[in-house]
Write a protein that binds this ligand. Structure first.
Ligand code: NAD
Length: 397
């Protein structure tokens, strides 16, 4: 099968498996160049097949030879379907860690479900050993409510008044106007149910009750704070409400972990990067393009891997943690510098039209967008057919 990019509303509906292998190899090469993070740990990553969860997994697997369990929800290839990028990321992560002194296990299915939690707990008890770190890095548009059987959907909307702005139609490389509607109270509640902290809390409570946590265990989840230009849609919108709930959950978990395991629960406010979830958020592509440009110009741009690597090396397991008044780890401090925010806002005002495609920040954002779906690698001939039958022999452990 010859595979060319298929994109709808900034979402890839396919991926290139050979490019996905290159993507993973590049992340591994980048991780191997970094200094060691600390002693080996047992890590569970919920949402480790792409974006920040995958970057965390690779940073820890190569920074400290961490044993990792990943829970993600991905589709394998079927007929003319290539399978999702995250599916192949998991396959190639395992393939390229085979010769390293660590255990890698992947569970593919719904992390919100009781059944998945039980399967992971069984595996920890029978094969893996107690956990030292749990990373909660889910980004999902829907969650099944197991008490009612209903599928609850999140909504990315404002609260109170609608917002007007612009976004980038990435496939067409076109700037388009944007109207984001105000959410109903039901939509706000549903978004908090899907993207808030209740599932993170259930995971930790279940793991604790089943004696799966080591003394000194840590758990971390990723929030986004951002600034003036993203506030209306992000922090003051439905997703911001969900993040506030997630952040409050860290407080409850901290209590539980401290008392029972001498552990802690952490929130890291992470920088805006290009992921499957972020490019889908209205206005984010324009913000990220301009932010990248400003940070590149100032010499402080970081890749997704470097960002997570620094979080673990300097902050979670290091002595250079930057904490705010709420106790959040502010690994986003460079993005939040007032000169960076000011320059990004100025650039956004001047470049909210096709001129934006002249920026090197936009080029970097588009490169990340294509690379994370296996496209745009110069060593891959995209006119050649991909032998999907042979690739399907690769199975997950
Ligand atoms: P992503 O879309 O790249 O990754 C989401 C992960 O969740 C994938 O591994 C996916 O398989 C998994 N997932 C989704 N639904 C699932 C389910 N039901 N069961 C099991 N796995 C499921 O997203 P991302 O951008 O890396 O986001 C991860 C976290 O980081 C989110 O909390 C997000 O808000 C936060 N964050 C992201 C950014 C950013 O710029 N991307 C910035 C700050 C914080």
């Amino acid at each position: 099968m010859i595979i060319k990019p298929k994109i709808r509303s900034n979402v890839f509906t396919n991926c290139h498996p050979l490019g996905q292998e290159q993507f993973i190899l590049n992340l591994i090469t980048e991780a191997k160049k970094q200094k060691p993070i600390g002693s080996k740990k047992n890590v569970l990553i919920i949402g480790g097949s792409s974006g920040y969860g995958l970057a965390s997994r690779i940073a820890l697997a190569f920074g400290m030879n961490a044993n990792t369990i990943n829970v993600s929800f991905e589709s394998g290839p079927k007929g003319k379907r290539t399978g999702t990028a995250g599916y192949w990321n998991n396959i190639f992560f395992q393939k390229h860690t085979k010769n390293y002194p660590q255990t890698d296990k992947d569970f593919n299915g719904d992390a919100f479900s009781k059944a998945m939690k039980n399967d992971v707990i069984d595996y920890i008890k029978t094969h893996f050993g107690k956990l030292d770190l749990i990373i909660y890095s889910l980004a999902s548009g829907a969650r099944k409510d197991e008490t009612t059987g209903a599928l609850v959907r999140s909504a990315i909307k404002t609260i109170g008044t609608p917002a007007k702005g612009h976004t980038i139609e990435l496939a067409k490389e076109e700037v388009t106007p944007l109207n984001v509607e105000a959410a109903s109270s039901e939509e706000i509640k549903n978004t908090v149910f899907v993207m808030g902290g209740s599932d993170w809390q259930t995971w930790l409570e279940n793991l604790s009750q089943n004696d799966c946590l080591n003394d000194g265990v840590k758990t971390i989840s990723y929030t986004y704070i951002g600034g003036e230009t993203t506030d209306a849609i992000y922090r003051n919108g439905t997703i911001g409400q969900a993040k506030e709930d997630l952040e409050k959950t860290a407080g409850k978990l901290n209590q539980l972990l401290k008392e029972k395991h001498r552990g802690e629960a952490l929130i890291s406010s992470s920088k805006a990067v290009v992921t499957k979830a972020s490019v889908f958020i209205p206005q984010m592509p324009i913000y990220v393009a301009c932010l990248f440009d400003v940070m590149m110009e100032k010499g402080i741009h970081e890749s997704i891997l470097a960002h997570k690597y620094r979080l673990f090396k300097d902050m979670v397991y290091g002595t250079k943690a930057i904490k705010d008044d709420d106790g959040f780890l502010r690994v986003d401090h460079r993005e939040m510098q007032s000169d960076v925010q000011h320059a990004t806002k100025t650039l956004m005002a001047a470049y909210t039209n096709d001129k934006i495609f002249t920026l090197k920040g936009t080029k970097a954002m588009l490169d990340d967008f294509y690379h994370m779906n296996g496209f745009g690698f110069s060593n891959i001939d995209y006119d050649q057919p991909v032998d999907m039958d042979a690739l399907q022999q690769l199975k997950l452990n």
